[in-house]
Ligand binder design. Structure first.
Ligand code: SOE
Length: 434
């Protein structure tokens, strides 16, 4: 499956790959929001980092021939395919990058691994624990053959969060007591927002829980180095019926801006679709949660709280977290992603307090290759870092992080949250004498 060596004169756009190093062919399935973000990562990685292996954007795949060809031109892919099986079978594809809704992750990932390809799969890993288990088993079999399978929890690659992990591992926070994470967005507040794939359980697995909650569960486990041991949850669907989407509607936009991986032309109405007698407009049932809140316990005894919602007006992509330990605390907000707040509790109380670390120094994770201090990175850089880490894992033959096993562990937490919410063990305050 080897593609042209890097640095060959006349072999297309050049990047920093040293002569003689191999360039892997990437084949990507899905091409809207996540596909665009991943494309940016693959296009850029070799121009920024000194890599043991390069990447070539070999082919992109989607069902609509004209649309996928346009996407290939726009995003920089050498070829377009309309059948993911044909993409996997290509000799010039070494890595299969899955950017589709969750209902196709398992089938594509397992087929790609069985065909000898490395795999990068968007989060959440799957729609069910059973699918995630099958994927993790396929990844384990493939690892024995030297293949790598990684799940796309890209926020691990925000430099400030990689630094937070380093500080926790170094013991800068002492014994962790509280782990507090929220992931807040507001794009579903309008009840006229259409019933796109992200609102359908058969396509997305769950709602805010799998879309946003998966990120914060992964981050909590990544930052603490511990697996969630038990959860207690509430979920709610605030708007239970929505208009059916137009052909151009996508996952998080009402009309086709091309900004989402789930561009879903010809989406079928889904369960519960009906004709509205008054307007003639058709609507359907929302079959996922709009919000999930849950508490959790870590084996060390630390307590955690999580909140995931698409109904937090004014919050666009507010992934916020705070860790409190016996020796200090860390706080982070994705809407200010170059900053990490740190309180060192070992300092004299008179001068201690939260201070802002500007995470743009060359000694900070991933920053050695970017701009001078203070110039800052953004959302898209996390996908460049993801591509970098995957290429390093392939080159060194080491297990990638987050692995499919990590994705499965998140999936199990999501399933436990759903089970807890269904059982609805809510205790009513007992009234007594006033
Ligand atoms: C939409 O809610 C979304 O694009 C998620 O699907 C992504 O995983 C998250 O990073 C940003 O928001």
């Amino acid at each position: 499956h080897e593609a042209a060596a890097g640095g060959t004169a006349g072999a297309g756009p050049t990047d920093g790959l040293r002569a003689g190093r191999r360039r892997l062919g990437v084949g990507m399935v899905g091409y809207a929001f996540m596909g665009a973000a991943h494309s940016q990562g693959w296009r850029t990685v070799g121009h920024v980092f000194d890599l043991p292996l390069g990447a070539r954007l070999a082919a992109v795949c989607g069902r609509d021939g004209a649309a996928v060809r346009a996407a290939a031109d726009r995003l920089g892919w050498a070829a377009a395919e309309t059948d993911w099986r044909a993409l996997i079978a290509r000799d010039d594809v070494d890595v299969v990058d899955i950017c589709t809704p969750g209902d196709s992750h398992a089938e594509i990932a397992i087929a790609a691994l069985d065909a000898g390809k490395h795999v990068l799969c968007e989060k959440p890993l799957a729609n069910t624990v059973e699918e995630a288990e099958a994927m993790a088993a396929a990844a384990e079999r493939a690892a024995a053959r030297g293949q790598v399978a990684m799940v796309g929890f890209n926020y691990r690659r925000v430099p400030a969060l990689a630094l937070a992990r380093r500080m926790v591992a170094e013991g800068r926070l002492g014994t962790l007591r509280h782990v507090r994470l929220t992931y807040l967005q507001d794009w579903l507040v309008d009840p006229a927002f259409p019933l796109t794939w992200r609102l359908r359980k058969d396509r997305a697995g769950s709602g805010a829980l799998g879309d946003l909650g998966a990120h914060i569960v992964d981050l909590a486990q990544f930052l603490t180095g511990e697996a969630v041991a038990g959860v207690s949850a509430l979920t709610e669907t605030f708007v239970r019926e929505r208009p059916l989407p137009e052909a151009s509607s996508t996952g998080i936009t009402a009309a086709g801006t091309g900004a989402d991986p789930g561009a879903d032309p010809g989406a079928d109405p889904g369960a519960g679709a009906r004709a509205d007698g008054r307007s003639g407009a058709r609507s359907g049932q929302v079959t996922v949660d709009d919000a999930a809140v849950f508490t959790a316990r870590f084996p060390s005894g630390a307590l955690a709280t999580f909140e995931a919602t698409r109904f937090a007006t004014g919050r666009k992509n507010a992934l916020r977290l705070e860790l409190n330990g016996s020796a200090g605390s860390l706080a982070f907000d994705l809407e200010r992603l170059n900053e990490l707040s740190f309180h060192d509790h070992t300092e004299p109380a008179a001068s201690a307090g939260f201070r802002r670390i500007l995470v743009t120094e060359p000694g900070h994770p991933y920053l050695e290759a970017w701009w001078p201090p203070g110039h800052g990175l953004g959302y898209e850089h996390t996908f460049v870092h993801q591509a970098r880490d995957l290429l390093h894992a392939i080159a060194s033959g080491t297990a990638p992080a987050p692995s499919f096993a990590d994705g499965l562990s998140v999936q199990r937490v999501l399933a436990a949250v759903e089970e807890s919410a269904e059982k609805n063990a809510v205790y009513t305050p007992v009234s007594g004498p006033t």
